[in-house]
Design a protein around this ligand. Structure first.
Ligand code: BDP
Length: 673
């Protein structure tokens, strides 16, 4: 099994061609019917697909309010004297989601005699962000070239595009941004609009809208204007005409995603205008067509050298209330950049007048690329469940679903981990990260553990020994990566030129916040970034109850300790250990966890097909070696700084510090530089 079938193929029996009828016709319903025919087991009741307002369902008492536009209901019913499984929704897309839910229910061991499934998505936009360049290289992509073959588009529609859409629809994803946020203006030229339109034509029946990343200076680069100032009427007119042109080709185009004034990208601030000015100008261009703008809060420019973590809040919080009603501000899960662990971003809860869309990274830029096993469900969940402190009961999830502030626009975005590799995501377990992203975007209240199980059953089949082992491995995997790369709230300790191996010693890069030493601030006496009042006071960006908690090392969760505090190496933790002892303990634990995962995987050898088993086994061997590398290099460095010995029982690093310092990567995938 090469993994191409994702969670939809591998474990599924061939269907028994159970009769499936539908009361009205559409491409979407035909897809739903085909899915069910293909996979429903023998002996299943016949299925009826019907919209909730269909006359045939008059006697069924279906709560249409609860369905919304994308929700579904699946239940046994007698219709026209016939016992059927009814799959219904207010729209055909809702019915398609219902069909996938029915298959998921059956695959996961749900009782075929007892079917009553109902769900509606908690967010409007469930959207993948592809950081795919027009030349086929995927920024921070570790699973091969871009899926989009811009060269043969629009004529050739690779069947894989439909497979991609099908996989997304099966987990409720309803949008895709095709090109990198570090965008090229060419993606907005006529030939590329035609190519995007061809993809949109494939995706449409699966309920997936196409969006584009827009380069803010496009009016200059491809429009022949002298400026891209958002307050210039000629600029606004250019974007309006551009939007009209796109909508002629793609009538259901979703809108624009914009990275502006960040890491060298152009933006409104180049002209002294604000992010709101820029976003609103684009928003008015797409507004007549029902489009939206997702404006990223990931701003990273040389303006707050004191503490990079403060920048997004500093620039965006004052703009709350100034954005047009079809703008969402897209906020990364944490304030720095997709680290293995970051406290939730302080903008969540701080911009009640603005719909915020959360951005997570599915591709594992800082968690071992495609090779290391790290199930991200617990990380997404940890952020979604975090109380913002802004109001009683408010969590990041309630902000991004729009519930906290009564917004109808809402959403979750994930930086895709999809490429042209046969298994799509570079490894079998990375498929689970795509899966869990989609399912949590649909309902941020779902449990990452339940979703791990759901994914595992559909991916490997129902063998309880396999499922139990795989879920246990998954649930501990992300914490293991945290432990061996940056325990206790340390972050951004990566070597230069890639984000793969360790480089906590790096201190020679041009800007202070490019260097790991900026983030850990270790010296003879202590370690950690003081973000309290005596330091950068980034804690003050959180609502008071959270700020108070993070302001005191005694009430800061251990997991975030050194994110917020600079502490002496011999600082005593509640359990009596010193900070240094606890750090070493965690590095050791991370390495041990990987060894344990590998041993667990070994027990499944005869229970999993050879191809997927062997690739995973090999990757776990790499991870084991590299966890040790991370631990040894980091400890060698910390010891060179603090002059301390390792606690008894902890192994000396395999090599001296110089050895780790001079290791070089000749080439790392997905690297834009
Ligand atoms: C960082 C990546 C960089 C992206 C940037 C972004 O290293 O490649 O362009 O985020 O989100 O994580 O814009």
């Amino acid at each position: 099994d090469d993994g191409y079938g994702l969670w939809l193929g591998s474990a599924r029996e061939q269907g028994a061609s159970v009769p499936v009828d539908w009361t009205s016709d559409s491409p979407t319903l035909r897809i739903a019917a085909e899915e069910l025919r293909r996979s429903l087991p023998a002996g299943s009741r016949p299925v009826l697909l019907a919209r909730a307002d269909d006359a045939a369902l008059a006697g069924q008492r279906i709560d249409r309010q609860a369905l919304g536009t994308e929700g579904y209901r699946v239940q046994h019913a007698t219709i026209g004297g016939r016992a059927v499984t009814l799959v219904t929704g207010a729209t055909d897309l809702g019915i398609l989601y219902g069909a996938f839910a029915l298959l998921r229910h059956l695959d996961s061991g749900g009782d075929p005699a007892n079917i009553a499934l109902a769900s509606a998505p908690q967010t409007r936009l469930r959207i993948l962000n592809h950081w795919d360049n027009l030349d086929g290289v995927v920024e921070r992509g570790y699973s091969g070239q871009s899926l989009w073959d811009w060269w043969t588009l629009p004529d050739f529609k690779d069947p894989r595009y439909a497979d991609y859409a099908r996989a997304n629809a099966s987990i409720g994803i309803n949008g895709t941004v095709l090109n990198n946020v570090n965008a090229k203006a060419e993606s907005l030229t006529a030939p590329y609009i035609a190519k995007a339109a061809a993809l949109a034509d494939v995706f449409r029946a699966y309920g997936i809208k196409v969006y584009l990343s827009a380069r803010f200076s496009a009016p200059i680069e491809i429009g022949g204007l002298k400026t891209a100032d958002p307050r210039d009427p000629a600029v606004a007119a250019w974007w309006k005409a551009k939007a009209d042109e796109i909508y002629r080709a793609i009538p259901d185009f979703g809108g624009f995603l914009v990275k502006a004034n960040s890491e060298g990208q152009p933006g409104p601030r180049d002209y002294g205008a604000s992010h709101a000015d820029g976003a609103n100008m684009l928003a008015s261009a797409v507004k007549p067509h029902g489009g939206i703008v997702m404006w990223r809060a990931f701003v990273y420019a040389d303006t707050d050298p004191e503490d990079r973590a403060k920048q997004a809040y500093t620039e965006f919080e004052p703009l709350d209330g100034q954005f047009a009603d079809n703008v969402l501000v897209q906020v990364k899960n944490g304030a720095i950049d997709f680290q293995p662990r970051e406290p939730f971003h302080p903008l969540f809860g701080a911009m009640p007048k603005t719909p915020l869309i959360a951005e997570f990274q599915i591709t594992k830029e800082y968690l071992g690329f495609a090779t290391h096993l790290a199930y991200l469900g617990p990380m997404f969940e940890e952020v979604l469940d975090a109380p913002t402190g802004a109001r009683r009961g408010e969590t990041v999830a309630s902000v991004i679903t729009g519930k906290a502030d009564g917004h109808t626009l809402s959403g979750m975005a994930g930086v895709a981990n999809i490429g042209r590799d046969r298994d799509w995501s570079g490894s079998t377990f990375n498929q689970a990260n795509w899966y869990v992203f989609g399912r949590l975007a649909w309902d941020p209240g779902l449990s990452s553990q339940a979703l791990a199980r759901e994914w595992a059953v559909q991916t490997f089949g129902s063998d309880p020994m396999v499922i139990g082992t795989v879920v246990a491995m998954m649930m501990r995997s992300r914490e293991a990566v945290v432990d061996y790369t940056g325990p206790l709230g340390l972050a951004h300790l990566f070597a230069t030129g890639h984000h793969y191996g360790p480089g906590p010693w790096v201190s020679d890069l041009a800007r202070p916040e490019w260097n790991p030493v900026y983030y850990h601030r270790a010296d003879r006496n202590g370690i950690g970034f003081d973000r309290t009042r005596t330091g950068s006071n980034a804690v003050a960006q959180y609502a008071p109850p959270i700020a108070r908690r993070y302001a005191d090392p005694r009430t800061t969760p251990l997991e975030d300790l050194l994110w917020f505090h600079h502490l002496p190496w011999d600082y005593r933790l509640a359990d009596g250990r010193t900070l240094w002892e606890e750090m070493v303990r965690r590095y050791d634990r991370g390495v041990a966890e990987v060894a344990a995962m590998r041993a667990q995987w070994a027990t499944l050898k005869s229970r999993i097909d050879a191809e997927r088993w062997t690739k995973t086994d090999t990757f776990l061997a790499i991870q084991q070696r590299e966890a040790r590398w991370w631990r040894d290099a980091s400890l060698a460095y910390w010891m060179s700084v603090n002059g301390l010995e390792l606690p008894a029982g902890s192994k000396a690093p395999e090599h001296g510090l110089e050895h780790y310092k001079q290791l070089r990567f000749p080439y790392a995938p997905g690297n834009p530089h």
